[in-house]
Design a protein around this ligand. Structure first.
Ligand SMILES: C[S@@+](CC[C@H](N)C(=O)[O-])C[C@H]1O[C@@H](n2cnc3c(N)ncnc32)[C@H](O)[C@@H]1O
Length: 348
């Protein structure tokens, strides 16, 4: 008789292979993500469900908010995000395998949360000789849960270490730096959570690692809200919305190059673009910030694909007028966020 751990692992492997099958667009695979999450939930010690508030157990760090284990577990349900991150990480590991076929690729998964959602499925399709993972989270409850899932599924050989630590003080092994650094510790517009600070801290120590996501960018666009949403069309699953947008400028980009360009900055202020607002009809358009996530290669999350890429209305002190020049910057610290100030440009 096949024991239950073996059959759970086999089910996980099967559903992971479906998630990785690029014949199927990510948006069509919600039931598969639900199935995957159910397998993870039913393996190992389960998070306490008696929390009064889903934010119970969150930690405010000096670099941003660490979501509670309950909220981190819920991130799996942002299913297109979950699939694109799993697909991108799979592709990065496959690339590392080609570069170093004689040893396993080492993946450092930062902020793994209680299900290690973006890694455990991949452990079911890569052997320990192909890929080994370090699972890291600031919350002990998350690491205890991830460890119990890994052990229940018989995947302990795929995990090099479990680390309960604030990633912004984590030191990678100098002799065996990670090949892939995987983390999704962000919200739309890179607000609140410490993705930027931790990316800087880790990439400095492992400059050759593949970074996942490879790039997060924020763009300013003028949007006509009356053409942006049509609930009837959305309900009918139709793709006929004729959006009316005027792209203005890229505002802030986090990738290997920009992180390296900030290496001598000690202050909490990282540079972003200075933008002159073009002439536009103020009654018709609204300035909005669009977040785009390049997970890896062709695995991309664009507007509305995920909670992480929902456009935000640009919040600005005072009013924004055509012709204004706005200077953006990214403020690090306990409440990281993109900020701006209007520059006074005197006419010649
Ligand atoms: C948005 S959740 C993502 C959970 C899971 N990785 C996923 O993608 O579904 C972010 C996770 O990062 C962890 N985290 C946040 N800040 C951290 C820090 N400074 N050091 C280590 N973990 C952190 C949180 O505890 C939480 O589990």
């Amino acid at each position: 008789m096949i024991d239950s751990a073996t059959s759970k692992l086999e089910s996980l492997r099967k559903v992971t292979l479906s998630l990785l099958d690029s014949q199927h667009p990510a948006y069509s695979l919600r039931p598969e993500v639900v199935e995957m999450t159910t397998i993870l939930t039913n393996s190992g010690t389960i998070l306490s469900t008696h929390k009064k508030d889903i934010s119970d157990g969150e930690t405010q760090t000096s670099n941003g908010l660490a979501l509670s284990p309950t909220m981190a577990a819920m991130c799996a349900g942002d299913f297109v995000r979950t699939i694109e991150f799993i697909r991108g990480t799979y592709a990065a590991i496959a690339d590392m395998r080609k570069r170093f076929p004689d040893r396993p690729a080492q993946i450092l998964y930062v902020g793994c949360g209680p299900y290690a959602t973006l890694a455990v499925p991949l452990m079911s399709v890569f052997s320990p000789a192909e890929a080994t993972f370090t699972l890291l989270d600031i919350h002990l409850e998350a690491i205890d849960s991830a460890q119990s899932i890994v052990e229940t599924l018989g995947l302990s050989n795929c995990v090099a270490n479990f680390e309960t630590v604030d990633a912004s003080s984590y030191q990678v092994c100098r002799y065996r730096p990670p090949d892939v650094i995987l983390m999704e510790i962000m919200q739309t517009c890179l607000e609140s959570e410490p993705q930027v600070a931790i990316t800087r801290h880790l990439l400095k120590q492992a400059p050759n690692a593949i970074l996942i996501p490879e790039e997060v960018s924020i763009e300013l666009t003028l949007v006509d809200p009356s053409h942006e949403f049509d609930l009837n069309e959305l309900e009918q699953n139709s793709c006929t919305i004729q959006r009316d947008r005027i792209p203005v400028s890229s505002i802030f980009i986090v990738n290997r190059e920009t992180v390296s360009s900030w290496k001598n900055i000690d202050s909490n202020r990282l540079p972003a673009s200075t933008v002159k607002i073009p002439n536009y009809t103020e009654q018709r358009y609204q300035p909005m910030l669009f977040t785009k996530i390049l997970v890896y290669q062709n695995h991309i999350l664009k507007e509305y694909d995920s909670g992480l890429t929902c456009p935000r209305v640009l919040s600005i002190e005072g009013t924004i007028k055509p012709g204004n020049t706005i200077q953006f910057y990214y403020e690090l610290g306990s409440h990281p966020q993109l900020k701006n100030e209007t520059l006074l440009i005197w006419p010649n």
